[in-house]
Design a protein around this ligand. Structure first.
Ligand code: CS2
Ligand code: MG
Length: 402
């Protein structure tokens, strides 16, 4: 079998998604998610100009060799554009392999290790009471784990809090819109949010929270400590992921479990975090950390250190990523949890899929390959438009991490 073509499909049924379709001379094709939020065309150009010419004529079953080729051929290696392209091709080749063998990809990865992958969804509200109500809705929808975010008094908008009731990310503006951030007010508010949530549901539901890269290490340590009575499943991105040694200070001060890594593209970027047990969950995801091949390497490295996966799965990555994450997640030993940012119903129509959610768990299903497809006719109806993620400044105007 040979690769004869690789097509790029850009569509925007609720968010911008870039999909690769790897086509073979046997008529089989495989899909991969190549979405890099806010920089989609950078990945598309990289694929078109540099990656796809290297793939035509290659054997699609040579998944490892192709992963190595795409990883090493750039010379200037890694980074989100390069690695998202490598990840997309990797997902597509696993999809083809599964279809060729008539098996769901998880069977090629070692079979099932669990009956389902524990999932968490998102609940938010501008006011604490609204966030707690939204949490009840997610529990009623079957989730046993919920990420909880609320507004910060004095700030017009806050990460993770959508202004309308639909729990979809607020579509980033045409040009970056600027939020402002007040760490002191946030550190006052977060413990109140979880005190209210625990009053409402007790300790039976896993509660998660995303600090989204905004704190210094001592601020993160203080937050972790203040949240200990509420027994979070995890506190995510307390400090910037690339400040690996900052986690040593956070770890010294708090037993609140820590999660980081959605921005990680390669094992070298989280090796210290894992080998020094500075975190409890690694958030690396198939679309940005080297595909299934890359994620498995990170998970295998993490296993002896007792670090589990908690793959990023926001709705601004496509159902192809969620499908690939679930095939990896159902079989990998040290899986913690999978983020389940619900896609819009239109997105689910564009990307019909075999994965299911029931009773708090996700399952990849039994369809051959990744079990996800793309309706190209429908996809064509949702034209791509550049959409940035927001930026944020501290109250004194200093540019900060959104
Ligand atoms: C967030 C994401 O889901 C999460 O944990 O960090 O929503 C993140 O902000 C977006 O995926 C960025 O595109
Ligand atoms: Mg996050």
């Amino acid at each position: 079998m040979r690769i004869t073509d690789v097509r790029l499909i850009l569509t925007s049924p609720g968010a911008n998604y870039l999909t690769v379709k790897v086509i073979t001379d046997d008529g089989l094709y495989g899909l991969g998610d190549a979405t890099l939020v806010g920089r989609e065309l950078a990945v598309a150009t990289y694929l078109e100009e540099y990656v796809i010419p290297m793939l035509i004529g290659r054997d699609p079953s040579a998944i490892e060799d192709t992963w190595q080729l795409l990883g090493r051929s750039a010379y200037w290696r890694r980074g989100p554009v390069h690695t998202t392209a490598q990840s997309a091709i990797d997902m597509a080749l696993w999809d083809i392999k599964g279809k060729e063998l008539g098996a769901p990809v998880y069977q090629l990865l070692g079979g099932r290790s669990r009956r389902g992958v524990l999932a968490y969804s998102h609940a938010s509200g501008i006011e604490i009471a609204q966030a707690v109500d939204a949490m009840h809705e997610q529990i009623a929808a079957g989730y046993r784990a919920v990420r909880l975010q609320c507004g910060v008094p004095g700030l017009p908008s806050t990460y993770g809090v959508v202004s309308d009731e639909s729990d979809q990310p607020r579509a980033p503006h045409e040009v970056p819109y600027e939020e402002s951030w007040n760490t002191a007010a946030y550190l006052e508010t977060a413990p109140k949010l979880f005190a209210a949530a625990r009053d409402a549901v007790g300790m039976d539901v896993h509660l998660l929270h995303d600090a989204h890269h905004r704190l210094t290490s001592i601020e993160a340590a203080a937050l972790g400590k203040s949240l200990e009575p509420y027994r979070l499943f995890w506190l995510e991105d307390p400090v910037q992921a690339d400040d690996q040694t900052a986690f040593r200070l956070v770890r010294q001060h708090t037993t609140t479990p820590l999660a980081v890594g959605e921005v990680v593209n390669h094992l070298s970027e989280c090796q210290t975090l894992i080998s020094e047990r500075l975190i409890d969950y690694i958030r690396a995801t198939v679309v940005h950390a080297g595909g299934i091949t890359g994620l498995r390497r990170i998970a295998a490295f993490a296993e002896p250190f007792g670090v589990r996966t908690g793959c990023h799965g926001a709705p601004d990555m496509s159902p192809v990523t969620l499908a690939a994450a679930l095939h990896t997640g159902i079989s990998t030993h040290n899986v913690g949890i999978q983020e389940h940012g619900r896609h819009t119903s239109t997105t689910d129509e564009v990307f019909p899929h075999a994965y299911t959610f029931a009773d708090g768990y996700l399952d990849p299903g039994e369809a051959p390959g990744l079990g996800v497809d793309i309706d190209e006719g429908l996809a064509a109806r949702f034209e791509y438009r550049r959409k940035y993620l927001p930026t944020t400044r501290l109250v004194d105007g200093t540019m900060w991490n959104w």
